[in-house]
Design a protein around this ligand. Structure first.
Ligand code: PRP
Ligand code: URA
Length: 206
């Protein structure tokens, strides 16, 4: 799993514990997902390339940096929306695309119902989806983003299953994956175990 980074951080581990707890109510669930989003955003942006600039302080010239490329954030609906604000706080200049994916609960295949993404040819593209289960939704999203011109892609999730990571490595071996935890396995219904249940339902109270 050479492209996988598991973020180890006590605050993320604490928030994830609350997210896993089935008694956590919807508002707290969204809050903890946002907390995880902030920590993931810090880590996910660590290696963004910069260019040197000079600025005039009130006292003297100082050297600094700017991001080398524009950034595009692509939350996968619905659950990816819960990570968007944290990334947007950190990257207010980012353009935003939306991809709607729904898993067919019988075949477990991803079905796309929305693809609304700005030009991404020169952007660093961050795909946001808290759950990487079979990998179907992420792979389909990345396929479509590549057809749309994206060349620099990263997948940010919170929980990943080994099955989803393996599928991603086969389909998109060059795309780095950042996750908050790598769980044990998928169950027969394609849910991550131990996981946190259905992220979209728990986030939006459906
Ligand atoms: C969830 C999740 C991912 C997908 C992961 O979405 O947010 O997008 O499942 O599963 P996969 O790796 O097997 O494709 P879901 O289809 O439940 O839609 P929702 O976010 O609207 O609830
Ligand atoms: N989607 C979810 O929301 N949870 C899982 O465990 C698997 C897919």
């Amino acid at each position: 799993m050479k492209n996988l980074t598991v973020l180890e951080h006590p605050l993320l581990a604490r928030a994830l514990t609350q997210l896993r707890d089935q008694s956590t109510p919807v508002p707290a669930f969204r809050h903890h997902l946002m907390e995880c989003g902030r920590l993931l955003a810090c880590e996910a942006t660590r290696d963004l390339e910069v260019r040197k600039v000079r600025v005039q302080t009130p006292l003297a010239l100082a050297s600094g940096v700017q991001l080398r490329r524009p950034v595009t954030l692509v939350p996968v609906l619905r659950a990816g929306l819960a990570l968007l604000d944290a990334f947007r706080d950190m990257l207010p200049e980012a353009t935003i695309g939306f991809v709607g994916q729904r898993r067919n609960e019988e075949t477990l295949e991803a079905e796309t119902y929305l693809f609304k993404v700005p030009a991404v040819r020169v952007s660093e593209v961050f795909v946001l989806d808290p759950m990487l289960a079979t990998g179907g939704s992420a792979i389909s999203t990345l396929d479509q983003l590549k057809r749309h011109g994206a060349r620099r892609l990263r997948l940010i999730c919170l929980l990943a299953a080994p099955e989803g990571v393996a599928a991603m490595e086969k389909a998109h071996p060059e795309v780095p994956i950042l996750t908050g935890a790598l769980d044990r396995r998928l169950n027969e219904r394609g849910y991550i175990v131990p996981g946190l249940g259905d992220a979209g339902d728990r986030c939006f109270g459906t």
